[in-house]
Design a protein around this ligand. Structure first.
Ligand code: ADP
Ligand code: MG
Length: 653
């Protein structure tokens, strides 16, 4: 940036034929300033006096670079203001000017000290230096005891002194005071005038605007305007004054230095605002909290369920294919799955074992005890294939099967029910139907109980025995095929289907395998993930719109605050940063609350016996989505705030 340096002879401010009009277009065009020309030198104490409505404030806004003239030329320290960019103007307002307004224009949510620090904040002054300087200024102005009071807790005169301290914070080389005593009682007014006099003596350039001639009499030069014309000017006095003025050298922009400090301060300010509006903020956050929490909970439950299913499948055997006749056809003799079918299937090379099963309910008797229970005829390999060993005794062998032996292996619960007094059932004889069987083993407990039924409540006997002597039925009720290589399970299933279809010419059988089941499971998992993503997107969208709504409201409510910040030197990007920070802080709080509630709900579900596995990536992802929502939905309101015209913003209620 080009730095203007004031030469002693050059006027600090030079206006040539400045005009300002409002309206135009469809509104009536009203010219307020009709060609004002005047020079003001560094170190002068000038009063601009005129009746109410004569255009004084309009002129001051132009002098302070808050507003632009409609035509005419304004040179500041030799540079044409019309050539300056928005950021350069902000820099001038920050470094060269200090405003004192009739209505004080302090930020209500901040303390006296914080208000005074604002211009230095935008100038990038380090925090400690800033605080010390603000305290020193306030103490000098008699407010050392009231550093942490908010504007509402201060009298008008005290508030005006705070605003003078703020004007001096960055040096206040030119103090622009618009009716500074207008709202004050006469004593406070006199005090403020005494202060301005002292500042003038210390070399500050003072431009005082007033409708009161007595107040104007304090100044060393009085310019009178009426209806937008300068009608009198007591003229520039002692040229020597310019020499006593403090060296007017504007330093380069130092704002980059304290970016982190800026950020911290923006967070702090955002937090204050959030706290003031906490109820409204909480309502806004609901959407985001629900979104984040539901994503975390649903992911956790989804993963937990999947894990449980996989564990159950593991016990079930993942390299098995189950083939069963379709219900209706099995009633037709010869149309079940025949022994011939089994042999043909057994010829498929990848099939390592064919286990026919035949099961049904029968009464089992021991002594005078009768129990109706499940009888299962199976092969000797069943214990191995279902991973179901015996606890006592032994499982029957392939030989037992071949010779149709009447031996039985019983479940532990059945053993309990049938022979509660017998310590070791092995060697006892039970009757199934009318056939006596010798108990040769007791299975270990599987433990699973569904309703009254328990896996432990059964009798396993050799398949041939079951077929010929118990059920009188040749064909198996279902067949378990063991496949050597689990990866080939789908190909093998297809081969089995081909064999059976060529033999039956009709699909009167059904097939299932765990691989297919896992695939189906994965598919439901996928559609569930899509649902989850949809829920997350919708709730974050709703949350985001809520945030945008609240931010737009905030910007509208705080338009004047934005004006004040701009008058004290905030750049557009400072305002943008501040409001974006607020939006992101809001959604960050929402994200954290959402994560915590998600975890809490998950823990409650664990107590209810639901399978829950928290996913770190889901938690982090949901949290970042909420933060990004703030960034995206906060941008529009923040930009709206940043684009506000300082004068319009200041004038708003
Ligand atoms: P003073 O400060 O001397 O009392 P102002 O500079 O505030 O006077 O206003 C001068 C005239 O300009 C007034 O008649 C006022 O109504 C008019 N005016 C000020 N601001 C606007 C505006 N934004 N749009 C239209 N007219 C305005
Ligand atoms: Mg005015």
């Amino acid at each position: 940036m080009e730095v203007p340096v004031l030469s002693d002879r050059l006027p600090l401010i030079s206006l040539v034929d400045i005009r300002k009009h409002y309206g135009g277009g469809d509104k009536p065009r009203v010219e307020i300033l009709h060609g004002i020309s005047l020079d003001i030198h560094a170190g002068e104490f000038v009063a601009i006096v005129g009746a109410s409505g004569s255009g004084k404030s309009t002129l001051m806004n132009i002098l302070g670079c808050l507003d632009k003239p409609s035509s005419g030329r304004y040179d500041f320290a030799g540079r044409n203001v019309a050539d300056m960019e928005a950021d350069e103007l902000a820099w001038l307002r920050r470094e060269a000017f200090g405003f004192v307004f009739q209505g004080y224009h302090l930020i209500a949510t901040e303390t006296a000290q914080e208000n005074v620090e604002i211009p230095a904040l935008y100038a990038g002054m380090p925090e400690r230096e800033r605080a010390e300087r603000a305290q020193a200024l306030l103490t000098r102005l008699g407010l050392g005891e009231r550093l942490h009071y908010r504007p509402k807790q201060l009298s008008g005169g005290q508030q005006q002194r705070v605003s003078i301290a703020r004007a001096l914070m960055n040096g206040g080389r030119i103090i622009l005071a618009d009716e500074p005593t207008g709202a004050l009682d006469s004593r406070s007014g006199e005090e403020v005038m005494r202060l301005l006099n002292e500042l003038a003596d210390a070399g500050h350039t003072i431009i005082l605007i007033t409708h009161d001639r007595d107040v104007a009499a304090n100044a060393r030069r009085v310019i009178e305007i009426r209806d937008g014309h300068v009608i009198s000017d007591t003229g520039v006095l002692q040229p020597s004054l310019a020499n006593t003025a403090p060296a007017f050298k504007l330093e380069a922009d130092a704002s980059q230095v304290a970016w982190r400090g800026d950020m911290l301060e923006a967070c702090r300010a955002a937090w204050r605002v959030m706290w003031v509006n906490r109820f409204r903020t909480a309502l806004t956050l609901l959407g985001i909290i629900i979104g984040v929490a539901s994503v975390i909970v649903m992911m956790a439950v989804g993963m937990g369920t999947k894990e449980r299913v996989v564990a159950e499948l593991g016990a079930f055997g993942t390299n098995h294919i189950y083939v069963r006749p379709k219900h209706e056809s099995s009633k037709v003799p010869g149309r079940g799955i025949s022994v011939g079918d089994l042999e043909a299937i057994g010829d498929i090379p990848q099939i390592t074992y064919v286990l026919p099963n035949l099961s049904g309910n029968k009464v089992v008797r021991y002594g005078n005890q009768d129990v109706q229970t499940r009888i299962k005829g199976s092969g000797a390999a069943m214990a191995r294939m279902l991973n179901w060993p015996v606890e006592k005794g032994a499982f029957f062998s392939e030989e037992d099967n071949q010779r149709m032996a009447t031996v039985a292996v019983i479940g532990p619960r059945l053993a309990q029910n049938l022979m509660p007094d017998v310590e070791n059932p092995v060697g006892e004889t039970v009757l199934i139907g009318n056939v006596p069987f010798q108990v040769i083993g007791v299975l270990v407990s599987k433990g699973a109980v569904t309703g009254d039924q328990s896996d432990d409540d059964l009798v396993v006997i050799p398949y041939s025995t079951a077929s010929m002597r118990v059920f009188g039925e040749r064909d198996p009720s279902y067949v378990t095929l063991e496949v050597g290589d689990m990866k080939q399970i789908d190909a093998v299933a297809k081969a089995v289907d081909d064999v059976l279809f060529s033999r039956h010419q009709i699909r009167d059988y059904g097939m299932e395998n765990a691989a297919g089941w896992i695939a189906a499971q994965a598919k439901t998992q996928d559609s569930m993930s899509i649902m989850l993503a949809l829920i997350a997107v919708i709730s974050l969208l709703v949350g985001g719109i809520g945030v945008m709504n609240v931010m737009l409201m905030t910007v509208r409510e705080r338009t004047r605050e934005i004006g004040i910040r701009m008058a004290t030197g905030a750049r557009q990007r400072d305002i943008l940063q501040q409001f974006l920070t607020e939006a992101v802080l809001v959604t960050t709080v929402g994200g954290v609350t959402g994560v915590l509630s998600g975890l809490a709900i998950g823990v409650i579900l664990v107590f209810w016996g639901m399978p829950v596995i928290f996913s770190l990536s889901a938690i982090i992802g949901a949290f970042f989505c909420s933060v990004i929502t703030g960034l995206v939905f906060g941008f529009m309101p923040a930009r709206q705030a940043a684009k506000l015209d300082p004068v319009v913003a200041l004038a708003s209620e």
